[in-house]
Ligand binder design. Sequence first.
Ligand SMILES: NC(=O)c1ccc[n+]([C@@H]2O[C@H](COP(=O)([O-])OP(=O)(O)OC[C@H]3O[C@@H](n4cnc5c(N)ncnc54)[C@H](O)[C@@H]3O)[C@@H](O)[C@H]2O)c1
Length: 357
Amino acid sequence: MNDTVIGVGVIGCGEIAQLMHLPFIHELPSFRIAALCDISVGVIEKLGAQYGVEALYSDYTALIADPAVDAVVVCTYDHGDIVAAALAAGKHVFVEKPLAFTPEEARPMVEKAEASGLVAMIGYMKLYDPGYEIGLEKIATIGTPRSIHIHDFAGRFDTYGALYTQVKATDIPADVMATSRAAAAGRIEASLGPDHAGYVGLYLLLLMLGSHDLAVLRGAFGSEARVRYAQPVGEDQLLAVLEFGEGVPCYLDIGVAHYEWWDEFLHVHGDTDEVRIQFQNPYWRQASAVVTVREAAPSGASERRLPGVPDTAFRREWKHFADCILNGAKPRTPLSGGLDDLNLAVAIIKAMPPKPV
Ligand SMILES: NC(=O)c1ccc[n+]([C@@H]2O[C@H](COP(=O)([O-])OP(=O)(O)OC[C@H]3O[C@@H](n4cnc5c(N)ncnc54)[C@H](O)[C@@H]3O)[C@@H](O)[C@H]2O)c1
């Protein structure tokens, strides 16, 4: 690394790497794309030509060994071994969410990252959303909440994904990803235990979609959430009641709907005021979360929208990663937060009625 430009190796060049990470690494002056890795040779050849990158690898250990790589971004399905190898080789790490599939595999990742002195952070981009930051400032002014509601029914990804050109892999044997998913499912079953091993699908929903929301909650109210109630609602939806602080209830409902719009919010009910942070489709660049405040006013009730800032959460997290590496800033989304979220996800599932495989 020269003093100001960080060489990034991208491991896993699929959807999120292509739609969000590669364009920002390419564009931001603190970074250069030093190397690409994917098990699809077709994908890395096309992306290498597109971004002018010659170091192309289908084996992540070779990318990690490349001296031009100062930092890696991990955008594969299964992250644990790759993160461990990158840290062992002295590379800074930016890993997509979820950190890992189980707390058992995440714990050594956190320990290794903390012992390494390297920068390691999770791509919880919603925590870098300017609307979220504005909303948190407002939440801090309304006193102890009477209740909190976090809701994520997502929405259609395809409409927003279609805004970008994506190179799709056509050369990966079908059984490779199936084997990887089956291995992860086996580890999850072991972690959930025999009484709850039948909830792998809902647990994965909590990780792949809901971990964003667990992180959003943690960013607002800390990591001491207790689980008071949890219930499956069919195969692709769940409901839980958490508790923060001195008995503040938090309703969490996560599911998959197919709305044309994006349906995800954090709503905080204070004693006299309410604050709602409405998130936008994550693939919609420049669209920050919208904050609505309802509060008592001299003439009665008032409702207003706080003006957002036109910026992209993914771009802001990359700028923060650069600030951590170049200026010693402390990561706002360290790996330890990902472990907290995995612990909470397991606790939510274990609070559900037993469901053996
Ligand atoms: N922050 C967000 O909003 C967001 C959005 C989407 C996905 N994600 C996360 O990003 C990760 C990737 O998701 P995606 O949607 O891009 O998936 P994807 O399937 O489109 O891409 C994954 C890529 O990794 C490659 N790959 C798999 N195993 C590999 C290995 N061992 N070595 C090298 N390459 C390998 C695959 O060939 C594929 O191209 C997941 O962890 C997901 O949770 C985050």
